[in-house]
Design a protein around this ligand. Structure first.
Ligand code: EPU
Length: 331
């Protein structure tokens, strides 16, 4: 049995049967992996082990990093085990722009692709040229182009059944040399003149630190739920009832609402049950104050979903993956 408490940033007590750290694709051949029950883990910042997992865990630790260039772009290749924020720091400190809005997002580069991380108006998918994968069962290595990754909002092929055997081993980013600052998000608009990749990154870090808890100090997994997208009609009805409710128009896909706002309005901001609660400065983040259990977390999450559904007729979808005895749990 291997303890997983320090392997996921929500730090719930849980274990797995075996944990394999793999640095190179060839090393997969020598693993005695349980092919029926296994889970691929990155930095653990977007999963919650809510009970002992009766299977094996494999994590790809390769940290190789190369930065090359052509006439128009910087090309960055990194092993899936590179810590995402370390990459952002290294690249941005070289004066290369493109990653700065995604500073301080916890997790590894492999998970950045799986999760299609996004923040402050930029998504991973806009920067990604391709992803190298290996099929855990057949050991076949495949380079997926950006469209083949089927990126969506906090989604990709790697989260679907079609990609469930694919282990992300390397990511390739393409950052155009012609850089323009993306400052549309509230809080970044104060920067306008003379913004550099470094000044934008520092501002993003400042904003995140002011409202999101540092997982190293207070266990959490970032936004626990996705922001729901509803039809224009549903948004209109809600807006009539709650004129102050934030809404974000999506092209043809409807209107995105703010889960943080909905959860706060449902009375959950800063609420605590035993050691599990929502962060006092941001209701979308569920935190573990120390001794939180998976069962308390599940009850708390169900409670939030139920109250939000009763009040707004909106269903919240988890962003964080819940892993139980037999694998993924759908709440
Ligand atoms: N809000 C509230 N109460 C709260 C929290 C937020 O009313 O307790 C309101 C804010 O006032 C604001 C709106 O909700 O009007 C949106 O809040 P915020 O700007 O903090 O962004 P978010 O939609 O809650 C998303 C991402 C974050 C990302 C930020 C910035 C999702 C699920 N979350 O959060 O990503 O950092 O935008 O771009 O899309 C993550 O995925 O783990 C994550 C932290």
């Amino acid at each position: 049995m291997v303890n997983l408490k320090n392997r996921h940033t929500l730090s719930l007590q849980a274990s797995c049967n075996n944990l394999y750290e793999v640095e190179n694709i060839q090393d997969l051949d020598s693993l005695d992996l349980d092919h029926q029950h296994y889970f691929v883990l990155g930095g653990g910042s977007n999963v919650a082990f809510v009970e002992d997992f009766d299977g094996d865990i494999v994590t790809f630790t390769n940290k190789q990093l190369s930065i090359t260039e052509n006439d128009d772009s910087w090309l960055i290749e990194t092993g899936a085990g590179v810590v995402w924020h370390d990459l952002v720091l290294q690249v941005t400190q070289k004066g290369i722009g493109g990653l700065e809005n995604l500073a301080l997002i916890p997790g590894n580069c492999g998970a950045a692709a799986v999760q299609n991380i996004g923040a402050y108006g930029v998504e991973f998918s806009a920067l990604c040229k391709g992803v190298q994968t290996v099929n855990i069962k057949t050991k076949e290595i495949k380079e997926l182009t950006n469209p083949e990754c089927c990126f969506g909002y906090r989604n990709s092929i790697f989260k679907s059944t079609a990609g469930s055997d694919l282990l992300v081993t390397k990511i390739c980013l393409q950052l155009p040399k012609k850089w323009t600052a993306k400052l549309t998000y509230q809080g970044l608009d104060s920067l306008t003149t003379g913004a550099t990749p470094l000044s934008v990154m520092n501002k993003v870090i400042e904003i995140r630190q002011s409202k999101l808890p540092d997982p190293a100090k207070l266990a959490n997994a970032g936004s626990f739920f996705k922001n729901p997208v509803v039809t224009a009609e549903v948004a209109c009805v809600l807006k009539e009832r709650y004129p102050e409710m934030p809404t974000y128009h999506q092209d043809k896909n409807g209107v995105k609402l703010s889960s943080g706002w909905l959860i706060e309005k449902a009375g959950f901001k800063g609420k605590k049950v035993d050691s599990i609660g929502t962060y006092e400065k941001h209701a979308l983040v569920i935190v573990n104050y120390g001794q939180g259990s998976g069962q308390t977390l599940l009850r708390f999450v169900r409670d939030i979903k139920e109250q939000v559904r009763d009040l707004f007729s909106v269903t919240l979808e988890n962003e964080v993956l819940l892993i139980g005895k037999n694998g993924v749990i759908n709440l």
